[in-house]
Write a new protein. Structure first.
Length: 368
């Protein structure tokens, strides 16, 4: 950022261009630094200190290299070249550290993660399929509960997802599909880290109606024993499934991994509000990217998806309810529709809308 010795209007065209480009670059570096500084301070003030120390060390070779390449820089004092290199490095390193977080935050806003609410019908029965996520934003779950209450007032029966516990299959389910832990606990902990909510407590808003009209609230999923039996059946009758699914078992974490997880949760419990905010932004962006991209089918899908879809379709077909509101994971919708159409081709999608599942938590303030 050299100070010209003559007025800018007297400089040659090439020198004026260099001055303008230099000014733009310094403006961009400064803007990046100002945007990244809050991130560094939220993580820890020592991170900013580390950036300054790193810049002090790198400024020596950086200033030397610039003076070797750019002849005009050699006309400046070495101290001024070093100061400029130091400032440029502080600005650039700060911006580079913060850039991934800003990318994840913008990704969450620009390409939001959505789930469908589809109305299916065969002319005799109507099924409203509400795609769900186990953890999401509070606004999403409040919207779902509002729709559930309206559906109940319109005479719908509610079919809930949730693999039912069974002593015969609980141990197998925990070791094979839940990674050795309780799924609800894992969802709750993960949601807390991401600044999101677990879906379970929101359904408690319907507790009074569940008690008054239990026939309107149906646990429509299979049991852990049902899934275990289907898994064992496929292992014995489907060589391809046996070859791939046996290697896809989600084993319980090793002792070292469990210790690391415990340490992470301990750190979260003592994290500052700024650190939790940073982690939440990163986690929500990562979830948006991961869940928003189509992934290859899992070798365990025949048990996790296909088997449960078939059983849900059978329950819908044999039910005496002609209006059913289903709350299941969004990934079940295509398979459920296929299974319904296998028994009755008249089943079709009558309407479809999309609902956003992950948003930045609102933090509203005011004065009385």
């Amino acid at each position: 950022m050299a100070i010209p010795s003559t007025p800018a209007k007297n400089l040659a065209w090439g020198e004026r261009l260099k001055l303008r480009v230099s000014t733009i670059l310094w403006f961009l570096l400064a803007a990046g630094f100002l945007l990244g500084l809050p991130v560094l301070l939220d993580v820890h003030v020592l991170l900013l200190v580390a950036v300054v120390v790193l810049a002090l060390l790198l400024a020596f070779p950086a200033a030397w290299l610039v003076r070797r390449i750019v002849a005009g820089q050699r006309r400046q004092r070495r101290l001024w070249s070093y100061i400029k290199a130091f400032l440029a490095l502080v600005f650039a390193i700060t911006a580079l550290i913060a850039a991934p977080l800003y990318y994840l935050a913008f990704r969450t806003e620009l390409t939001p993660l959505t789930v469908p609410q589809a109305t299916l019908s065969n002319g005799k029965k109507t099924v409203v399929f509400q795609g769900m996520m186990h953890i999401g934003s509070e606004g999403f779950y409040k919207s779902v509960v509002y729709d559930l209450e309206k559906a109940l007032s319109d005479g719908y029966a509610i079919y809930y997802e949730g693999v039912r516990g069974d002593p015969a299959g609980d141990k197998w389910f925990s070791e094979t599909l839940a990674g050795g832990g309780d799924l609800n606990t894992n969802y709750q902990t993960f949601g807390d880290a991401c600044g999101l909510q677990f879906q379970g407590p929101y359904f408690q808003l319907l507790a009074a109606d569940m008690k008054a009209r239990p026939e309107r609230h149906v646990e429509a999923d299979v049991s852990t024993a049902d899934m275990m039996n289907e898994y064992q059946r496929l292992m014995e009758t489907d060589p391809e499934f046996a070859a791939t699914a046996g290697q896809s078992k989600l084993a319980a974490p090793e002792d070292g991994e469990a210790d690391q997880t415990t340490q992470l949760f301990d750190w979260l419990a003592n994290a500052t509000p700024g650190q939790r905010k940073i982690l939440g932004l990163a986690c929500r962006g990562w979830m948006t990217m991961l869940l928003g991209n189509k992934t290859a089918p899992s070798p365990l899908d025949p048990v996790i998806l296909d088997f449960r879809n078939e059983k849900l379709a059978e329950r819908i077909e044999t039910s005496t309810d002609d209006k059913i509101f289903v709350t299941y994971g969004a990934g079940h919708l295509p398979g459920l529709l296929d299974d319904l159409q296998k028994s009755d081709p008249a089943w079709e999608v009558k309407s479809l809308k999309w609902m956003r599942t992950i948003e930045t938590p609102e933090d509203l303030e005011g004065q009385i």
